[in-house]
Design a protein around this ligand. Sequence first.
Ligand SMILES: Nc1ncnc2c1ncn2[C@@H]1O[C@H](COP(=O)(O)OP(=O)(O)O)[C@@H](O)[C@H]1O
Ligand SMILES: [Mg+2]
Length: 363
Amino acid sequence: MHLYIGIMSGTSLDGLDICLVSISSHIRLLGSRFLEFPPALRQELLSLCSPADNELARLSTAEQHWARLAATGVVELLKQQQLQPSAIRAIGSHGQTIRHHPELGFSVQIGAPALLAELTGIDVISQFRQRDLAAGGQGAPLVPAFHHWLFAGDGLASAILNIGGFSNVSFLLPQQPVYGFDCGPGNVLLDAWAGRHLGVPYDDAGNWGRSGQINAPLLEQLLQQPYFSQTGPKSTGRELFNLKWLDQQLASHAAITAADVQATLSELTAISISQSILRENVLLDRLAVCGGGAHNLYLLERLAALLPAMQVTTTDQLGVPADWMEAMAFAWLAHCFVEKIAANRPEVTGARGLRVLGALYPA
Ligand SMILES: Nc1ncnc2c1ncn2[C@@H]1O[C@H](COP(=O)(O)OP(=O)(O)O)[C@@H](O)[C@H]1O
Ligand SMILES: [Mg+2]
């Protein structure tokens, strides 16, 4: 049994999920911390997601802020658990994605892992996507192998759906390799629209979306985006789905109220997910949701309505807290690196083969 720390900093840019786990033949969540990004850091990370001036100096500065915040969280977590840094075998740090272009062979996650190792005194494993990209893969999603490791033994046909800024699904079918892909936007457009019109970071429980009417012509137009009809391997990010894209789509729909747009965006997330699942034509017993989107009750209701043949739950019901799944996955990916276990899945990313993922920044 070894202790690991996982740090996840997703595309929602809500903040850092930091967890402490023990890993042996199974994983146990021992502690966790969520650190919200200070508004200035969030704004800078968001701005680094699109082309601008002086990116190299700006990203190098932003990632030091990111690492200092992450180190604060790690130190707090260790204190809370009364542990010394030497008790932790490694930190698995996803880093903050600021550009994702697998079609050009690159994906950029920043997070100054050397500084994080310096500040915490713990080995840091980071840059998990790079080796899969080098092997011709998308570099994403990387969580399906973890979902498979967690749940494949129970004999049920399941899909595990992570709804973060973007949504990704893993299919766990008995006696088959895991596969999966990014379905499309998860919370990213919902958050951006709620931010613009209500001045809040997210649409709490999906209540604002629920209050509006789904606009069928707008929904149909949004679903025309070719990403939705592509089959996997595929992965996406803010490059494709962002407020600018939404504004372009809305230009020909002037009369829609803001609440109706939110209802339509909620339906876009739900339909893009349900269509991705139905298109695979596999019989599933259940769909288990994780990520912050599991708190959007309206979204979960719409998913259940669109997927009547399967039971829709959250991963909490399967014993893994929906809020900590991704951070736990990166702790597990660090464990895979240390143990030299290949953790990409060619069926998922399209890579030429299995590869050990990550790079070590020693304490
Ligand atoms: N109470 C809630 N109601 C609706 N949505 C929520 C709630 N809490 C969190 N979320 C959503 O979850 C997102 C964060 O999810 P997370 O899994 O951390 O995504 P990421 O991995 O992209 O950072 C928030 O931006 C928000 O959209
Ligand atoms: Mg997050």
